[in-house]
Design a protein around this ligand. Structure first.
Ligand SMILES: [Zn+2]
Length: 477
């Protein structure tokens, strides 16, 4: 179907400088591609979407998630814990409790939550793998994304070593053998991976943490295999100070230095978090144009800190935004996440303000990030770290992944510039229309054929089931 979106109040493009806001009020879409932008009149075969009083954004690209955690929100044992004890209390304690049904439901809920914020592309760092797993998580994730019309990047996680904090977990959660891990990566690449810049399915090499999941020699082998297969590399890194301590104790170097020594650095690599970095690490990441998935809400919820995006971008890194798993972010949607990015970068800079008599040079941090910066990080930046060259911006020739936000809630009334509303005011903006690859995925805020009340009831039952099973697993060991 061909579309003409017309009368838009403002079109944000995901680009930089003056190009961040388009002069156009209309977008023509033919066969899934943006073919014209300007002040256009409808052709006879076009379906017209009237965007009067609406703002149009490129659809968001979420570059770090753990969808299975969508049924682990606000879990009491981990709620007030920092990263390492939280990992043991919540995601690791519960992961053996998932079966095919609860896993599928968690994935569905997480994907719907993202889609309803205007997100079209999801990279999930999926690490539920152990010998003789009873279900194929990859197949379920691709299937659920497909049903909603999303682009899906499976970052194939997992581990070949047992981390200290999981040593007490049941046998079913023991690590994989390295040759099984690599064989599965090759299977997934041949089954799903599309190299094109407009791919709907991608595979990424993604051992769960670069420091702890494999031996150093295996880590280097994963980099070689990924480059041989032509896929990207992703992992967690430097989320808290614990990474600095662990890298020094185990390898006598910094976390980034360790990754660099094992070929895990470069334009085809992106890391989640990078909250705690030394100046020499920032320089190395910048020089090699390595990417970051910035996850401000999870980093705040776990009390890890705030990544210094301004320095990272100045150094040359590619910046993107990820929501991280919902077990450490009870608002795992891209509007909440971009809102938090906007706020926290400013707050972070403000923390370093000094009085003039102490040599201070600025009063506060309000120039740390503009709304346009945040939109660019959450769209074009995400597409860049994932290597999806045909998505992430609104320009002629790009895939039509876009959102028409109708800001008709009192929250947005009174804005002098409604274009900033979805990010600046946050909340659940009404989506008048959303397209992915030129296909309608949301219309008048509704996902077609979806019973939300039924889904809510299923979620309540699943939470109870997971609590019971986690308890049974704990008793069994
Ligand atoms: Zn994560």
């Amino acid at each position: 179907m061909n579309y003409l979106i017309k009368n838009a109040h403002t079109i944000l493009t995901g680009l930089t400088g003056d190009a961040a806001r388009s002069n156009a009020s209309a977008i023509r879409i033919q066969d899934g591609v943006i073919t014209d932008m300007g002040n256009l009149t409808a052709l006879s075969d076009e379906n017209v979407i009237d965007a009067k009083d609406c703002v149009v954004y490129p659809a968001w690209v979420n570059t770090h998630h753990h969808l299975f955690q969508s049924l682990l929100k606000g879990e009491p044992q981990g709620l007030n814990q920092s990263l390492t004890p939280w990992l043991a209390s919540t995601p690791y304690r519960f992961r053996g409790a998932f079966d095919e049904e609860t896993f599928r439901l968690a994935a569905r809920i997480g994907l719907i939550e993202l889609l309803r914020s205007g997100c079209a592309t999801v990279a999930d760092h999926h690490y539920l793998y152990w010998p003789n797993m009873p279900f194929d998580g990859a197949e379920i994730l691709f299937d659920e994304a497909d049903q909603l019309g999303l682009r899906f990047v499976l970052c194939r996680g997992g581990a070949t070593l047992t981390r200290g904090l999981e040593a007490e977990l049941p046998q079913a959660l023991r690590p994989e053998k390295f040759d099984e891990f690599t064989a599965d990566i090759e299977r997934l690449v041949s089954k799903y991976h599309d190299h094109s810049g407009q791919a709907f399915r991608r595979i990424v090499m993604a051992p769960t943490t670069a420091l702890h999941s494999t031996t150093p020699a295996q880590l280097r082998e994963t980099a070689q295999l990924a480059r041989h297969l032509g896929i990207r590399l992703h992992s967690h890194l430097s989320e808290t100070v614990d990474y600095l301590d662990a890298a020094r104790a185990k390898f006598g170097m910094t976390p980034v230095q360790f990754c660099a020594e094992h070929d895990w650095i470069g334009e085809d690599v992106w890391f989640a978090h990078l909250v705690k970095l030394l100046p020499e690490e920032i320089q190395l990441l910048g020089q090699t144009k390595t990417g970051i998935a910035h996850c401000p809400q999870s980093n705040a919820r776990l009390g890890s800190g705030i990544a210094d995006l301004v320095s990272l971008e100045q150094a040359g890194m590619n910046i993107s935004i990820g929501v991280d798993g919902a077990a450490s972010n009870e608002a795992a949607d891209m509007l909440s996440e971009t809102h938090a990015t906007w706020m926290l970068q400013r707050a972070r800079k403000g923390m370093f303000a000094q009085p003039k008599y102490e040599g201070g040079l600025f009063e506060g941090g309000a120039d740390a990030a503009t709304i346009e910066d945040v939109i660019r990080w959450g769209t074009k930046g995400g597409a860049q770290v994932l290597g999806l060259s045909d998505v992430g911006t609104l320009q002629v020739g790009q895939q039509a992944d876009l959102v028409v936000y109708q800001l008709d809630d009192p929250r947005y009334w009174g804005l002098h510039d409604i274009a900033i509303g979805p990010v600046a005011s946050a909340g659940q903006a009404n989506i008048k229309h959303m397209l992915i690859g030129g296909k309608t995925v949301i219309q008048h805020n509704q996902i077609p054929d979806l019973d939300m009340l039924e889904l809510a009831a299923q979620a309540r039952v699943a939470v109870q089931k997971l609590q019971q099973r986690a308890q049974q697993i704990a008793w069994a060991c």
